[in-house]
Every structure is written in structure tokens, then in C-alpha cells.
Design a protein around this ligand. Structure first.
Ligand SMILES: [Zn+2]
Length: 331
């Protein structure tokens, strides 16, 4: 790993870069464009957070590997049903916060196979930095994912659902903050169908695997993982439609679609209502408010899970997870 403070307030860590490439980045005239892009992303991040001296922009050759090295406790992939994840904000041991990005978005190869800046990818990274910076702000004011009070929740599946609810709410808050700075891009019918189609594809695989293996924990993880990606997408859709304390209805061309009827339907209203309970005018929401909204969101997501085709029980005898539908269309 190489760190460079340079003339900007956020440190830069070139994670997984070979020494020769690091040398070239800082010294080679041909790399001027890429160097400038990285420095300007670090400046943007520094300008958005409270204490930039505690934040590092990590430009990772392998995003999943960089994330798992910092938190080996659970597997991490950058696939999210439809589309890929471009960034991740993580607290690291020494109290610092790492904002990790996929270096591969930054560069393209020219006709002579030299690295040049990828302007479209850099524009996407600018938008992602603005979003990730909101997660940094929440962490710096003690109102991030660790503040929802999951230790107060009894029962294995209830905790799992509470985590999914907290995650969706946190993404909603971060995206609302990013929209204030960088504008919104409301979802189209195509965007929504991509997400719900990917859900159908993933759940078909999970359901088929369960029919052979009868492995219930694997069924629970597979279903919750696939649904979790959709709930995060919904958090973004809700952010793009949020006005103060309300969420304007999604256009009929989305809510009329077959996939929407199959997987979402009426559960959208409960999920959107729960989103509206979390304040987004600023990001310093107290933990007790986060906890209570996450309970409401857990109930809404449990309904959503039920509509999609799964349910669970969680009592003193333990947890059980069931699949009760086997139709998981992807188009
Ligand atoms: Zn986020």
C-alpha cells in the first residue's frame, strides 16, 4: 500500500497497485490525466466531509479484495443483481475512514495500450464520491450503520431483517444527501425492470438449489441477499422521489409493469412510508430515532419478503425460513 498526502487534505491509498505503476502514476508525463483525476476526486471528497484528515481515498485495483482485507468477517462481492457497486465506505481500526473505489473505472487504454483517463467513469466516480461522502459524514457524527442498535434485537432472523432495514435506510439517507449536492436521476421503467428481473433470476437459482439440497440456512442467506439488493435499489428510488417528509408516487409506467405487480405491488407504500420516517434534512439523526424507524422498516420488509415468496419464524425455539412460491419470473 502506498499513501500520499500531497497538497490535498484527504490521503490517497493506491491499494493493490504494483510499485512500478505507482511510480509511473506520480512521475510519468503520460499519466498526468489519471493523476489529476485521482487528486481531484480526493479534493472533492475532502471538501464534502467534516474532518478530511481522518479520511483516506482508497483507489483499489480489486475492490472486493480491498473490502475483505479490511473486514474478513463476511464474503463481499461487487455484483448487486443488476449492475456493479462502485464504492464502499468503511471504518478502519485506527478510527480512520476509508472510502474505497474501483480503480478500473478511472482508466481506459488508448490505441497504443497506454493508460488514459476514462472520462465517463470519472464522472460516475464523482457522483459516487458525493454519495460515499454522506456515509462518511454519518460515521463522523455517530449516526451511521453502527448506530441502529442491532444488539437490542432478539432472534437470528429478526436481526438479519433489522440489518437489511438499517442498510436500506442508511442508503436512503446517503442518497438523499447526495441528491441535494449533485441532483437526482429518477428510475425509469427499464431501471426498475433490470433490478426486478435480476431478482427473479437470482431467486430461481436459490429456489432450485434448495429443492436439491434442502439446506435452509443457504436458502435464507440466498433469498435475503437477493432481496437486500432490491431493497437498497428501492431506497434509491424513494430518494429520487422524496420531497421533504413525503415520497411522490412512482410513474404508472413503472407500477403497471408485470414484474412490479409480481414482486412489489402494495408493499411499496409500506416501504416508502417507512423511508419517510427517517429525517434527511441533516444526517445527524440520534440512535433512538434510527432504531425505531428501522423497526418499522423491518416490518415493511418482512411483508415485502412475504410477497416475493419467503417467510420466517423466530421464537424461543429458534429460527426457521420458508419458501412458499416457486414462480420467480425475470421478464
Ligand atoms: Zn451507500
Amino acid at each position: 500500500m502506498t499513501s500520499e498526502a500531497a497538497d490535498i487534505a484527504c490521503a490517497i491509498d493506491l491499494d493493490g497497485w504494483k510499485p512500478g505503476l505507482v511510480q509511473a502514476l506520480w512521475n510519468d508525463p503520460d499519466m498526468h490525466g489519471v493523476r489529476t483525476a485521482i487528486r481531484s476526486l480526493a479534493s472533492l471528497l475532502a471538501s464534502l466531509v467534516e474532518r478530511p484528515e481522518e479520511v483516506t481515498l482508497v483507489v483499489a485495483i480489486d475492490l472486493a479484495e480491498a473490502v475483505m482485507r479490511r473486514d474478513p468477517s463476511r464474503p463481499y462481492t461487487t455484483d448487486r443483481g443488476s449492475g456493479m457497486v462502485g464504492g464502499r465506505t468503511m471504518q478502519v481500526d485506527d478510527g480512520r475512514i476509508d472510502v474505497i473505489f474501483d480503480a478500473n473505472w478511472l482508466v481506459a487504454l488508448d490505441e497504443n495500450r497506454r493508460l488514459i483517463p476514462n472520462q465517463a467513469g470519472i464522472a460516475l466516480m464523482n457522483r459516487s464520491i458525493t454519495h460515499e461522502a454522506q456515509h462518511v459524514i454519518m460515521a463522523q457524527c455517530g449516526s451511521d450503520l453502527t448506530a441502529y442498535g442491532r444488539s437490542k434485537i432478539p432472534g437470528f432472523m429478526n436481526v438479519h431483517m433489522f440489518d437489511a432495514a438499517s442498510n436500506a435506510l442508511d442508503e436512503h439517507r446517503a442518497e438523499c444527501g447526495a441528491i441535494k449536492l449533485a441532483g437526482k436521476k429518477p428510475p425509469t421503467r427499464g431501471d426498475v425492470e433490470d433490478v426486478l428481473g435480476a431478482l427473479g433470476g437470482q431467486l430461481s437459482v436459490v429456489d432450485a438449489a434448495y429443492r436439491t439440497s434442502r439446506n435452509a440456512p443457504q436458502l435464507a442467506y440466498g433469498a435475503m441477499d437477493a432481496c437486500g439488493s432490491v431493497w437498497v435499489a428501492m431506497a434509491y428510488w424513494a430518494a429520487a422521489h422524496r420531497t421533504g417528509d413525503g415520497i411522490t408516487p412512482l410513474p404508472a409506467e413503472i407500477t403497471d409493469s408485470t414484474l412490479w405487480h409480481r414482486y412489489v405491488g402494495d408493499t411499496w407504500d409500506a416501504i416508502a412510508s417507512a423511508m419517510c420516517l427517517v429525517p434527511v434534512s441533516d444526517l445527524a439523526t440520534p440512535p433512538d430515532v434510527l432504531h425505531s424507524v428501522a423497526l418499522t422498516m423491518s416490518a415493511a420488509l418482512r411483508e415485502s419478503l412475504n410477497t416475493i415468496g419467503f417467510h420466517y419464524t423466530d421464537d424461543e425455539t429458534g429460527s426457521a425460513f420458508y419458501v412458499h412460491r416457486h414462480d420467480f419470473p425475470s421478464a
